[in-house]
Design a protein around this ligand. Structure first.
Ligand code: TXA
Ligand code: MG
Length: 323
């Protein structure tokens, strides 16, 4: 049985001893190992993830971007502006890696993805590890789901998905349901201007406002396998539809939509959100619910608008539908 705890100290100790700790963040739960430790290899085993797939490194503060213990080098001014504005928070920057970052983390790429999470328990764990290690600690932590599956937004989701793969010394730190509910915005900071590799709650306008730069929508040549077409998929088949197609939906199909859209007779309502924040917050639980309830077909009507969150929801639904 995997150990569930609410103690950040227990999680920090597990990590310091080379074990895995699942950490709550404000986006989704992450499967953590000390980035310079022996636990990194086990992340790939537990997730069933290909080894060339790079890992996000979580850090306590913006100090990770400069100085002797930095995890990055040659960080452009606009990346500093972004982390000063949005850390701790749901923003990941891809920057050139320092020699602290191993090939095991980056899959051999010469860049690293860094994020400082805002969840108080994750933050506490990172601060404890800074003290234990006497430097800015790095915790590699991809989303705590099996490769390609739906990300977890509660400790219970993690226990159900990964419980059988975790070891006796690994822990799950329970920090309650994740606030945002979809993964961080990933910004490629290796070019002259920022490029979004994965949409999240921090949107294009937020990034342009802070950096004073135009966010390029050219395809990035940086490899971001989270950008694989098929991802975030439940067992159920997911289809994106327009409201006008709702009349043709069969009985027993699951529906994910804003609350102003009524549920047709015999359709299983999986999500009914009053605003885009609630849509994101509940989306992954709704996709999981479909599987729990034995619903094999789900239709989703995406929210409107061009905020970061609306973009992120459409992105995840499209990928879930591509599987
Ligand atoms: O909100 C989040 O970002 C969550 C929480 C736990 O922090 N983490 C997360 O990790 O979503 P993961 O591994 O599921 O997604 C991270 C994405 C992957 O698609 C990975 O390919 C990409 O970040 N990535 C990691 N390192 C990269 C790099 N050096 N260059 C480009 N993309 C990178
Ligand atoms: Mg993931």
């Amino acid at each position: 049985m995997t150990h569930l705890t609410e103690s950040p100290r227990e999680a920090a100790e597990a990590l310091a001893n080379g074990h895995l700790a699942v950490l709550p963040t404000e986006t989704v739960y992450g499967l953590g190992a000390l980035a310079e430790g022996i636990g990194v290899r086990r992340i790939f085993e537990v997730k069933g993830r290909p080894e060339w797939h790079p890992l996000i490194v979580h850090v306590s503060s913006t100090d990770a971007l400069s100085g002797a213990n930095a995890w990055a080098r040659d960080v452009p001014a606009f990346a500093h502006d972004l982390v000063e504005a949005f850390w701790p928070g749901p923003l990941t920057v891809v920057v050139p890696r320092s020699n602290r970052v191993t090939d095991a983390i980056t899959g051999g790429q010469d860049t690293v993805a860094l994020r400082s999470p805002a969840h108080p328990l994750a933050h506490e764990v990172l601060r404890m590890l800074d003290i234990t290690t006497g430097s800015i600690a790095g915790v590699a932590a991809p989303s705590a789901n099996r490769h390609g599956a739906v990300s977890p937004t509660t400790a219970h989701h993690v226990a159900r998905d990964l419980g059988v793969y975790l070891g006796a010394h690994d822990v799950i730190l329970d920090g309650g349901p994740c606030d945002v509910g979809v993964e961080s915005t990933i910004v490629d900071c290796t070019g002259a201007t920022p490029r979004i590799l994965r949409p999240g709650s921090i949107g294009i306008t937020d990034i342009e406002h802070v950096t004073g730069l135009h966010v390029s929508d050219e395809a990035s040549d940086v490899l971001a396998p989270g950008g694989l077409a098929a991802h975030y998929a439940p067992n159920a088949r997911v289809r994106l539809i327009n409201e006008s197609e709702l009349g043709n939906v069969d009985a027993g199909v699951g529906l994910i939509a804003m609350s102003n859209i009524a549920t047709p007779a015999h359709v299983v309502r999986l999500l009914s959100a009053d605003d885009v924040e609630a849509y994101a917050h509940n989306l992954y639980a709704a996709l999981r619910d479909a599987d729990q309830q034995g619903v094999t077909d789900v239709v989703a009507i995406a929210p409107e608008g061009n905020t970061g969150l609306a973009d992120a929801i459409r992105d995840r639904l499209n990928r879930a539908a591509a599987s």
